[in-house]
Design a protein around this ligand. Structure first.
Ligand code: G3I
Length: 420
């Protein structure tokens, strides 16, 4: 059992296992050394110099033919994906050209959520998910299913009877099983990974209060209330024994106590034989994200491999807000200094993720969208703001962050060669 050190999350983590090849601090120096903003900007401005450097000269708009491929640049580390919407799958469109070239993993941003795929007890709408799955099958892309059991975007009928009264635990379990079995079986062998449960934890030491938790509770009377999670994973596993089953949540890379709560819960569930294959870290971060805290959180979660050596971490919803959480402003001036800081932070984060990939801890990184104009962060937590959290701008042009990330793998490789 990992214990909590302090109530305040960010710095309160207990010491984590040092990564292979040295202490976290050493990894830090390497990561930061490899991606200094100066080097990145120089690389970005240098043009396609024949030495394999990627640059803005290659393509201005992300849908241009000459555009390189982000997922290809990272193929030695992890798959790179994006959350998309049905309009992105219109073959031949600019958006289709972008997603098809840049990514090899896809999640529907909203289409597979209960309110869309199962709006009424006897009504399923598979259209959007079918479309993505067909595209995935035809083009060799990995498809993620998001999400089977979530407190949000879940229609009320799950929890109410004909008279509008709350249903019993038995009825809700039956409905949940039917929901999961129908959907997972339909896409058996075609949806590679499921976010089986989403956001089951609250932000301090416990399970989130939700109708799933409150109605099902400690159904088997064993003293914990993980029952709805256990049943959800078991049911998904029965429907597709080969699917990767993920428990997905936010702030796990920033809130140390939440990471520890997750670790302790999943450890128990794994020891009880619940078929959880990995944890999904949403990673909705901002440009001031504390990388040290991130590394410590990841190391805590990585210790689940002591129980299941194949246990995996995925980054499932990466984006980087240009506003810190308490900043309520709606505009951010994109000064050279800010953009440099933003790009550098993205590189540092990806560099850490590459470390985890090299250790076999992580194999998938999915961005939550791909262009700034379509990001949910223009509406949340401040409505109507103009945010710039992704790698492609509102006009579908590549941003400097894209080029910086494109050059990162080879810069790391060059750095590693130098160190040998
Ligand atoms: O489809 C309706 C449209 O008909 C209507 O005109 C419009 C007016 O408000 O709303 C549209 O629905 C919106 C839907 O996105 C599709 O755009 C909902 O209001 C809006 O609430 C919904 O937001 C989604 C949010 O989840 C809901 O919680 C975001 O797009 C989606 O990016 C976001 O995704 C979540 C992940 O699933 C879990 N992790 C956090 C992440 C960000 O919140």
């Amino acid at each position: 059992m990992v214990e909590y050190m302090e109530r305040d999350s960010r710095l309160g983590l207990c010491p984590a296992r040092a990564p292979r090849g040295g202490s976290s601090m050493k990894v830090w120096k390497r990561a930061i050394g490899a991606v200094t903003a100066g080097a990145l900007l120089a690389a970005s401005l240098a043009g396609c110099s024949g030495d394999g450097t990627y640059s803005a000269d290659m393509a201005e708009y992300a849908y241009e033919k000459g555009a390189p491929s982000l997922c290809q640049a990272y193929e030695d580390y992890f798959q790179v994906g994006a959350a998309i919407n049905p309009r992105d799958l219109e073959e031949g469109s600019d958006r289709y050209k972008i997603i098809d070239k840049q990514f090899n993993v896809f999640t529907l941003e909203n289409g597979t959520k209960a309110e869309n795929i199962h709006p009424q007890e006897d009504v399923y709408d598979f259209e959007a998910t079918d479309q993505l799955v067909e595209y995935g099958q035809a083009n060799g892309k990995t498809v993620r299913g998001h999400t089977l059991v979530w407190y949000s975007q879940c229609p009320e009928w799950f929890f109410l009877d004909d008279q509008g009264n709350q249903v019993s635990a038995e009825v809700l379990i039956q409905r949940m099983k039917e929901h999961i079995t129908t959907i997972v079986s339909r896409y058996k062998g075609k949806i590679h990974t499921w976010d089986v449960c989403n956001e089951v934890l609250d932000d301090s030491f416990g399970l989130r209060q939700s109708e799933w938790l409150n109605i099902i509770g400690d159904y088997d009377g064993d003293g914990d209330s993980y029952d709805y999670i256990e049943i959800a994973f078991q049911t998904a596993h029965e429907a597709d024994p080969d699917a990767r089953l993920i428990l997905n949540d936010y702030s796990l890379e920033a809130n140390g106590n939440k990471a520890i709560t997750m670790y302790n819960m999943v450890k128990q569930l794994l020891e009880e034989g619940v078929p959880i294959d990995g944890i999904g870290l949403q990673m909705h971060i901002d440009y001031e994200t504390d990388l040290d805290a991130m590394d410590r959180c990841m190391r805590v979660l990585g210790r689940l491999r002591e129980i299941d050596p194949d246990f995996v971490l995925e980054v499932t919803e990466l984006d980087m807000s240009c506003f810190t959480w308490n900043d309520t402003s709606t505009q951010r001036e994109l000064t050279e200094e800010f953009v440099q800081q933003f790009d550098e932070k993205y590189c540092q984060v990806l560099s850490l993720l590459m470390d985890y990939a090299q250790e076999g801890l992580l194999d998938t990184v999915v961005f939550w969208g791909y262009d700034d104009g379509s990001s949910w962060l223009n509406e949340y937590p401040v409505e109507g703001r103009t945010n710039h959290p992704l790698l492609i701008d509102r006009e579908l042009k590549f941003k400097s962050a894209y080029w910086a990330l494109m050059n990162l793998p080879q810069q790391r490789a060059a750095q590693a060669a130098q160190e040998e």
